[in-house]
Design a protein around this ligand. Structure first.
Ligand SMILES: Nc1ncnc2c1ncn2[C@@H]1O[C@H](COP(=O)(O)OP(=O)(O)O)[C@@H](O)[C@H]1O
Ligand SMILES: [Mg+2]
Length: 323
């Protein structure tokens, strides 16, 4: 490979990301510290996705196929040139390049003036949920579903990227084939589910639903579902959970007003009214998106299996659309 054809895009979570031009086409080159298992993991995920598509008689969604799986591999001859030790073994993963914008900046540039639940927001959330549902059915548990791990092309099509750390489970028994690698980073407005620091990996089999619900909510409303909180670490979540009136299906939960870490600029009652009115729901009706948030973050707080599947989240969303 001619290093002259490489353009540095990002320093990334685990290594550098380059755009590489080769024979008139663009690719992503991702250099990671040598871990051969990443290819086995990604290949088994690809096989799981292929099996599911075959079983359903469907095609694999482009949003998964195009950028989630490698199209090639290689190694770095001189790791020192990339700032690593001479003795480091570095693997290179080659992906297709998507001409587009990462979803985090897309939300700010293209959707920032869109009101909650505008058709552009709903269209995008539906697409993302379609991808997430397909992955979930295939047994892929991806914790890294932050907005910077999706790319939107100029036609508005969404692609998932950066699935190297995702886990793979047997959808029937929900036992791990590959356990997921830690929730990579702190993304503003996103928090780790409470079971996350547990040593027991089996507790984490539904953790991806927590992150996925946060993402969908973020796309639909332009803010994280935790925007009414000042801090969203485990201590603050525990306090919220203790205050929450667990019998009432609401988001933010009734009782959140009393919590110490409430964002003074966004009091929970106002936040709740805004969610309900944008769903067209009066004070007494059931707001489907509140139900999704409640089941994921309150009843699913210490019972991860209670968190709704992405399929269920899609049903909830279609109900909002019908309003
Ligand atoms: N195909 C692509 N098109 C546009 N931007 C991309 C593409 N691939 C990666 N990027 C940019 O590079 C960043 C890091 O890529 P990613 O695969 O998520 O690696 P990391 O593991 O370092 O997070 C993305 O958040 C995005 O901003
Ligand atoms: Mg990433």
């Amino acid at each position: 490979m001619d290093p002259g054809g490489l353009e540095l895009i990002s320093f990334g979570g685990q290594g550098q990301i380059y755009r590489w031009e080769y024979q008139g086409k663009h690719y992503v080159i991702k250099a990671v510290l040598n871990d051969e298992s990443v290819f086995r993991r990604l290949n088994q995920m690809r096989e799981a996705v292929e099996r599911l598509a075959k079983g359903l008689g469907q095609r694999i969604p482009e949003g998964i196929l195009k950028r989630a799986f490698p199209v090639g591999r290689g190694w770095v001859d001189d790791p020192e040139e990339l700032g690593f030790d001479k003795s480091d073994q570095m693997t290179v993963i080659v992906y297709n390049w998507i001409d587009g914008e990462p979803l985090d900046s897309y939300l700010l540039s293209q959707l920032c003036s869109e009101p909650p639940l505008s058709s552009a927001r709903v269209k995008l959330a539906k697409q993302v949920l379609e991808l997430l549902t397909f992955l979930e059915k295939a047994g892929i548990a991806n914790y890294d579903m932050f907005p910077d791990n999706f790319v939107v092309d100029p036609l508005g099509q969404v692609y998932i990227i950066d699935m190297e750390g995702a886990g793979l489970f047997d959808p029937g028994t929900r036992t791990w084939i590959w356990t997921p690698v830690a929730l990579g980073k702190n993304f503003p407005g996103y928090c780790k589910p409470p079971e996350f620091d547990a040593v027991d990996e089996d507790l984490k089999v539904f953790s991806y639903r927590w992150v996925g619900a946060t993402l969908v909510f973020h796309i639909l409303f332009g803010v994280s579902p935790f925007a009414f909180m000042q801090r969203i670490d485990l201590k603050a979540l525990l306090e919220l959970y203790d205050y929450a009136d667990k019998g009432a299906i609401a988001w933010p939960p009734y009782g959140a007003e009393k919590a110490q870490y409430v964002n003074p600029r966004l009091d929970p009652a106002k936040f709740r009214t805004q969610i309900r009115s944008s769903c067209g729901v009066g004070s007494r009706g059931v707001c489907p998106l509140e139900v999704l948030a409640f089941l994921t973050f309150i009843s699913g707080f210490d019972k991860p299996a209670h968190r709704p599947s992405f399929e269920f989240a899609r049903l909830i969303l279609s109900e909002v659309l019908a309003l």
